[in-house]
Design a protein around this ligand. Sequence first.
Ligand code: HEC
Ligand code: HEC
Length: 340
Amino acid sequence: MVAGLTVNVAWIVLAAITVAWAIYGLFNIRGSRREYGSEIELAANRKPYYDDEVLEGKKLERTQLLGLAFLAVITISLPLYWVLEPSRQSNAEFGWSKRFASWGGKLFDVTANGGFNCAGCHGGMKANGGNAPFAVTDPKTGEVKAVSWKAPALNTVYQRFSESEVRFILEYGRPFSPMSPWGTIGGGPMNEQQIQTLLDYMKSIQLPLEDGEMPKAKADEIQAEAERLVKAGAYKSVGEALFNLDIDGGAYSCARCHTKGWSYGDAQITGGGAFGPNLTGGSTVRQFPSQDEMISFITNGSEYGKKYGEQGQGGGRMPGFGATYTDEQIKAIVEYVRGL
Ligand code: HEC
Ligand code: HEC
């Protein structure tokens, strides 16, 4: 489309130039007079030109050499251009994504630096988990109280969600939580370009995966913390400890979405349902009669519009934990959840 347009414009320009030259030539021939002094065989101000010897010797050679030099320039520079062009293009693309990420970083920054304060809640520019001030209303007493709500680490968010799912979260926010909608489509202040640069910024700060898995140092930290909690008697199993894992703003926990109040230190019934559905009373066993199918659901997460289990339809809001947790850890979580 664009290429076609460019070619058409080029043809028009070429045609215009050709016609202009023809007209110029025509007028030039018509308007020309015989030169002054041309009636004299050899006017006084006319020097004799080179003789045949020079013309067919030095002069000719010099012109040929010049031609050869230009030919060399063309034959070298054209292939060189072809050789360099692909990397020039990919470098330009790389340059753009770097630029987008750096623009996104400015939006991500704290208010004091002119940003939208994602960093303020999510644990700084590295976004490894933080806290957000919020006010919740007690549904029974109507009392309003100030709380501190865990804001999950975002340097692992692409382990849990696809880009379009993260875009959805940014555009529409998390209702009933401090995470407000940011896209104009959700009633927020940011246009599509700003949302895109934020997505690119978050991509640039992701903990690099190792073989598609959580980097080993972090994976070890998670497992050690779960085992420590079990040993300390806080939880009965590693599965339960992971379900409630309170590190990096609760990013790897299930409770932050499935236990009301967990995120602000006022946990109600564990797995009793909040942003995510109720998992208690054997409901997950009814939804997933086969344990393997449930394991695969927790590993991959839900996908927008896609069915899961017996009667579930995904909203793309249930994260996939396959990159975050080992198969063993997921099995432990699933066994714990099926017993709720
Ligand atoms: C006022 C504090 C606050 C600000 C500002 C804020 N967030 Fe959040 N954000 C949160 C909280 C709290 C959650 C978790 C909500 C929940 O418990 O479901 C969250 C959730 C998210 C999630 C989902 C992560 C997950 O794993 O579930 C993403 C992505 C996110 N925020 C990105 C951003 C970006 C980008 C910005 C800046 C435009 C931003 N947030 C600004 C508090 C905030
Ligand atoms: C970011 C919030 C969030 C987190 C974290 C989360 N879930 Fe979910 N979960 C959901 C939502 C929302 C659904 C409903 C499906 C949808 O809308 O995509 C869901 C659905 C489910 C279901 C299916 C329930 C049913 O009856 O249909 C199970 C089981 C489940 N989650 C278990 C877990 C486990 C186990 C973890 C932790 C490893 C976890 N979830 C972490 C939000 C979350």
